[in-house]
Design a protein around this ligand. Sequence first.
Ligand code: FES
Length: 122
Amino acid sequence: MIELVVNQTRRRFDGDPATPLADLKGKSITTIEGLGAKGLHPLQAAWIEHAVPQCGYCQSGQIMQAASLLQSKPHPSDSEIDSAMASNLCRCGTYPRIRAAIRLVASGRKAAPANAAKQDRS
Ligand code: FES
């Protein structure tokens, strides 16, 4: 998540206040590495199937935001996906593939990462 400092207050890119690290003492934090600690997470497999990343810069944040969305809303609509993902910017414009990967996980169908190379990157 990108943070900005506005009038001495740290803010996330979407304008909400950032959570100081000290406020997370004693709480569990999952990172992109932890998400797939026991093998590919369904979102990671879906990301591969849909060949989502281009440069890759934003992708850790995109996947973590998608994981958060699906945890709170397992079957989001397209508008709910767009709304949840709106604060994660992708300079490469991978939004259609991100949405497709999230839809795949929400559908319950297992991704087939071996077919990733055959996917159309449209
Ligand atoms: S894949 Fe390049 S910024 Fe998102």
